[in-house]
Design a protein around this ligand. Structure first.
Ligand code: ASP
Length: 378
């Protein structure tokens, strides 16, 4: 696939500077109001500079590409995650970092999926978007995008000690200097002043600007007058790693959210879906579920057929502790895997990736129980 690039702030020959590849996928960020249909529709992103002339003031190269189909992120599919991962791999040597502009609705799923698909990542991949379209005066698009770019381009100051710092802007000028180590070499979501680990993020709010939270993992940075990085929690830079991709995602997964009064036919019809291989079971509190024998027998029979069941709490904060209460002990005994403090978004995408990699359910269960990209605590 050939994407038509827009170049902003290209470096002069012989003067390398940090370069960021921006991939625009759609979402509210780039929408404009269409009076004819009274709907928000995507605008021509190649004209982004008309809306954001301040991009010229950033002291690094920016290249923008647009996916062939601009989507509301409610239409996000694993095939697009594969496309994004492949774009990153193809451009990995050429760019220092990546920013993905994405609708907020499923951004946490995409961030989680990419964190599992981009194996050996050592460069920043920052997802951002907006709650209000860029064409609206009070839009949050500008701040989110520009700070996401700055975070993507940020390098460790110790590694660029000889770089010139512009006193008025505080921007590190990398022209003629050796490039430094990226500060955030992992997949993140940046939104409303907070940088979150991508596979720890959840969309928590659809009206206010604070769309994302990360209940079970500290913020990786807070952007105020300066951007303060929470370094002990950021994945360390490991220069020796080589990027490879997991691009086979098994679609035969589902999520079953429990509620008081859930009936046997409902549970059975979900668990007996043809070809089902993975189930995220959204349980109560610390991973608790009904102890009715029909319920446990249905799950046990499914596990016996090779369905992998992953226990994730409906609570955003806290964690699953299988065996802590009598109502979770039997889940443990029948072979349900504890999701500890994982989000549902990370759990379902982790299942898709692991089932795409491995046929043996026992091996999948083992891999599922361990953190593979910082998505859960041990
Ligand atoms: N429906 C939009 C989307 O996720 C919402 C947004 O971008 O904020 O694409």
């Amino acid at each position: 696939m050939v994407y038509k690039p827009v170049y902003i702030n290209p470096a002069s020959p012989g003067q390398p500077r940090t370069s960021v590849l921006v991939i625009y996928t759609g979402g509210t960020f780039g929408m404009v109001y269409d009076p004819k249909s009274s709907q928000l529709i995507p605008f021509d992103f190649e004209r982004v500079l008309d809306r954001l002339p301040e991009l010229h003031r950033l002291n690094f190269e920016i290249t923008l590409i647009t996916l062939p189909e601009i989507i509301d992120s409610s239409n996000m599919k694993p095939a697009v995650w594969v496309e994004l991962a492949q774009i990153i791999q193809t451009n990995y040597d050429q760019y220092d970092s990546f920013v993905i502009l994405h609708g907020t609705d499923t951004m946490a799923y995409t961030a989680s999926a990419l964190s599992f698909m981009l194996v050996g990542l050592t460069k920043p991949v920052i997802l951002t978007g907006a709650q209000l379209p860029i064409g609206v005066a009070r839009s949050d698009a500008r701040e989110n995008f520009i700070t996401a770019l700055e975070i993507a381009a940020a390098v460790d100051s110790a590694a660029v000690s000889t770089a010139a710092v512009d006193d008025s802007t505080g921007i590190v000028n990398l022209a003629n200097q050796q490039k430094g180590k990226p500060i955030v070499p992992e997949v993140c979501v940046y939104f409303n002043s907070l940088l979150l680990r991508g596979n720890r993020s959840t969309k928590q709010e659809s009206v206010q600007f604070n769309a994302f939270s990360s209940e079970n993992y500290p913020h990786l940075a807070t952007a105020g007058v300066s951007i303060d990085y929470n370094r002990p929690y950021i994945r360390p830079y490991q220069p020796d790693q080589l990027l490879s991709l997991h691009t086979v995602l098994d679609p035969n997964v589902t999520i079953l959210k429990l509620f008081p009064g859930i009936t046997q036919p409902v549970v059975e019809s979900i668990v007996n879906i043809r070809n089902l291989r993975g189930l995220v079971l959204e349980t109560f509190g610390a991973g608790n579920a009904p102890t009715d024998s029909w319920f446990l027998d249905t799950l046990k029979e499914a596990i016996g057929r090779g369905v992998v069941i992953f226990n994730v709490s409906q609570c955003e904060g806290g964690r699953v502790k299988q065996g802590h209460y009598q109502t979770s002990k039997q889940l443990d005994q029948i072979g349900v895997v504890s999701g500890a403090d994982i989000t549902t978004e990370a759990a379902i995408t982790k299942l898709m990736v692991l089932l795409g990699l491995e046929r043996n359910p026992a091996v999948v269960r083992k891999l599922l129980a361990q953190p593979i990209s910082g998505e859960m605590s041990e």
